[in-house]
Write a protein that binds this ligand. Structure first.
Ligand SMILES: Cc1cc2nc3c(=O)[nH]c(=O)nc-3n(C[C@H](O)[C@H](O)[C@H](O)COP(=O)(O)OP(=O)(O)OC[C@H]3O[C@@H](n4cnc5c(N)ncnc54)[C@H](O)[C@@H]3O)c2cc1C
Length: 344
């Protein structure tokens, strides 16, 4: 069996890896319009795997798919580390949700929704003393919060290079770079390739927009900062009426701050307005961020269907997987796992 995967972004990479991990001799040609170091949406992402806090602000189904993916990441990442002898951190310290005193009504609305949707053993309301035990620096500015212990953040800056190394090592995977494929048909053939593939997976994210109905891009901007004076070890979400914000910690006092949500397919650099919004909200979280260094400001386009839900479309030899929106890390393992079980 020989399959083609068009798009070596988050979905395409995970699919190639997991098909190969079946050890069934499937030949995989993985094709991308860029080279393997390209910083696409999956690398711009904060890479939080947050089934509960995301479910509260989106749909109930988020929780089910998200919990499944969380458990799959736990299982899959050590396999990849064993193959490549390189580690990929999966910070599983959970998420804390806080708000400033003036935004207490918004916090209470979030809390009520959380209580209605989330099992009581998956979340905990914390007073200032408990907050201080968990994240001492947050207790300087906040006197209560909500804690979701079974959420995590993946080090995607490590995941992508480790997958590159894995693809190089695996004789059944061929990565073809700098090759743009448009107008994908359903008969297993592809422009630039002589052979007919048994299955073509279209994983082009935003690059598939012309072939999809009800599809749009949602622009997201993030800042990466180095803040030696800040020691926050788990993901934090700030409830704010205008600038909801999260911080996703990385190694060495680095933090990803995100993210804007703008209905646009504009990939131009981060605007002044967005950077001011992100950074001023960040500063309000902890004053130590005032001395932080901005490492970079990045833009990504989230591939999104009109209902914000992911979609798999089957059409003869073509399978399209798209619409991961702001949930690529949260949903893709579960989606791919189910897809592979259905196909085999
Ligand atoms: C700011 C921001 C923050 C985010 N944070 C999170 C988060 O915390 N948690 C979470 O779960 N998700 C998050 N996401 C969402 C996640 O990044 C996306 O859902 C995910 O990257 C989508 O994966 P994809 O493979 O469909 O698309 P992509 O990752 O964009 O990959 C598509 C690939 O297809 C290639 N391609 C496109 N067109 C062609 C063509 N014609 N020919 C060949 N190759 C082509 C591209 O070069 C690219 O490599 C975030 C996104 C953004 C922008």
């Amino acid at each position: 069996m020989h399959v083609a995967i068009v798009g070596a972004g988050l979905v395409g990479r995970l699919l190639a890896w997991r098909l190969n991990a079946l050890n069934q001799g499937i030949k995989i040609t993985l094709i991308d319009q860029h080279d393997h170091n390209y910083i696409g949406t999956g690398l711009v992402a904060a890479a939080m795997v947050a089934p509960y806090t995301e479910a509260i602000s989106t749909e109930a189904v988020t929780q089910e798919l998200g919990v499944k993916s969380y458990l799959l990441w736990e299982q899959w990442l050590p396999e990849l580390e064993a193959h490549t002898s390189r580690s990929i951190s999966f910070n599983q310290k959970g998420t804390i949700v806080v708000s400033h005193a003036q935004d207490e009504p918004d916090f209470q609305r979030f809390n009520i929704k959380a209580n209605a949707m989330i099992a009581s053993d998956k979340m905990q309301i914390m007073n200032q003393a408990q907050l201080k035990t968990l994240e001492p620096q947050l207790a300087d500015n906040f006197n209560h919060g909500l804690f979701f212990s079974e959420e995590g953040v993946i080090d995607n800056q490590a995941l992508y290079p480790v997958l590159n190394q894995y693809f190089e090592q695996q004789e059944n995977i061929t990565l073809i770079e700098n090759t743009k494929i448009d107008n994908i048909n359903n008969n297993g053939t592809l422009k630039h390739f002589d052979q007919t593939f048994d299955t073509v997976f279209d994983c082009r994210g935003n690059g598939a927009s012309e072939d999809l109905k009800d599809f749009r891009s949602v622009r997201g901007e993030v800042a990466r900062v180095s803040a030696p004076e800040v020691s926050i070890s788990r993901a934090v979400r700030l409830i704010h009426p205008r600038y909801p914000l999260y911080i996703a910690p990385r190694k060495n006092h680095e933090y990803i701050i995100g993210a804007t949500q703008i209905e646009s397919d504009d990939k131009q650099p981060v605007t002044v307005r967005s950077s001011l919004e992100l950074l001023s909200a960040l500063y309000s979280l902890h004053q130590g961020f005032s001395e932080a260094h901005i490492i970079d400001l990045r833009v990504g386009l989230r591939p999104t269907f009109v209902n914000n839900q992911p979609r798999i479309e089957y059409d003869n030899k073509l399978i399209r997987i798209n619409g991961l929106y702001r949930h690529g890390y949260l949903f893709t393992p579960a989606i791919i796992n189910d897809l592979i079980e259905t196909l085999l």
